[in-house]
Design a protein around this ligand. Structure first.
Ligand code: PEP
Ligand code: MN
Length: 338
């Protein structure tokens, strides 16, 4: 249920209602909008609870939340969520661009990439130190050594670091180095991990599972939000279909759909979404046109030599050209980019 407080209700009145909600065994999330404050009361709802809450001081209305997800829903929070950490801002009028290699490989690779993507307008550096690979025989990432290299690249360039955390045991370690915790597609429904990154408090980039529905993605986000961490970005990175001309099928309609259902910002990853370098620039531009709040792009100094995902990575020059193209589209829809 949503407890809608009257305009101008005091902090004490809001707190009083939070206590009432909690006394009913429900979880209370206070969402302060520009117009008014609402309290999302999450848990099993019973009719007498609604009646009792309606009688509270400064309560305007008590409404059911129709969507299966609650805190992520636009019904609960009509204002869009804007996430800011260091150089990265996602969800406002300026687009975020998270760019970098699939995997951190060595110092020269990550530093040169960080410098190049920053010069071309990226607002964050991505790079995997813990890599979820389909085969256990593939390169698994440099782990803590990779995190240290990412932190060194941040120190030099000022770019915020986005990197994946694969297991609950690693959340503490990765949080010491990262600015944004990435939950990979394969872990979208790892609920204990979602709770752990919710507790960690850093912004979370949640990638859609290749066979997850939009509702499942939003419900996964709900696990993070429910821990009191409001900073979740949803990332469409393509789904599995019968089609084979692309690695995954990248539905840009996800941006439009999600913007209608949730206040959380939406990121598009055309690198994993297509699996082919030559498709990435145009799909990135199309994502901007569709209203995406940010892009995630794989960039490598020498894609042919990459230890993972080279076939979908942009060179430095290709990244700069992609940014130019995206900037033109962004300008046409009243946004700025990088
Ligand atoms: C990645 O970003 O390199 C990655 C592994 O992505 P996904 O989880 O979407 O496959
Ligand atoms: Mn990758």
């Amino acid at each position: 249920m949503i407890v809608v407080m009257k305009k101008g209700s005091s902090a004490d009145e809001v707190q009083y209602m939070v206590k009432r909600v909690e006394a009913m065994g429900l979880k209370a999330h206070v969402i302060e909008g520009t117009e008014r404050t609402v309290i999302a009361a999450i848990g099993e709802k019973r009719e007498e609870m609604k009646n009792s809450l309606e009688s509270g001081p400064a309560v305007e209305d008590v409404l059911p939340i129709l969507a299966p997800y609650k805190v992520a829903s636009l019904e609960v929070k009509p204002e869009r969520t804007e996430i800011r950490t260091g150089s990265l801002s996602v969800g406002g009028s300026s687009l975020g661009v998270m760019a970098g290699p699939c995997s951190v490989e060595d110092e020269e690779q990550i530093l040169s990439t960080a410098r190049a993507v920053k010069a071309a307008g990226a607002t964050a550096l991505r790079g995997g130190a813990f890599k979820p690979r389909t085969s256990p025989y593939s390169f698994q990432g440099l782990k803590e050594e990779g995190l240290k290299l990412l932190a060194a690249a941040r120190d030099e360039t000022g770019l915020a670091v986005v990197t994946e955390v694969m297991g609950t045991d690693d959340v503490g370690l990765v949080s010491r180095y990262a600015d944004v915790l990435q939950i990979g597609a394969r872990n979208m429904q790892n609920y204990r991990l979602l709770e752990a990154v919710g507790d960690a408090g850093l912004p979370v980039l949640l990638k859609r599972g290749p066979s997850a529905t939009m509702d499942e993605l939003l419900l996964a986000a709900e696990y993070v939000l429910n821990q009191g961490n409001p900073n979740v970005m949803l990332c469409e990175r393509g789904i599995r279909t019968f089609e084979s001309h692309t690695r995954f099928t990248l539905p840009l309609a996800s941006v439009i759909y999600l913007h209608q259902k949730t206040h959380l910002p939406v990121v598009i990853d055309p690198s994993h979404g297509t699996g082919h370098t030559y498709m990435v620039p145009d799909m990135a531009a199309a994502a901007v046109a569709a209203g995406a709040d940010a892009l995630m792009l794989e960039v490598h100094p020498n894609p042919e030599q990459a230890m993972s995902d080279g076939y979908q990575s942009l060179t430095f020059d290709q990244f700069a050209e992609t940014m130019d193209k995206c900037r033109t589209i962004a300008g046409a829809i009243g946004k700025t980019i990088g």
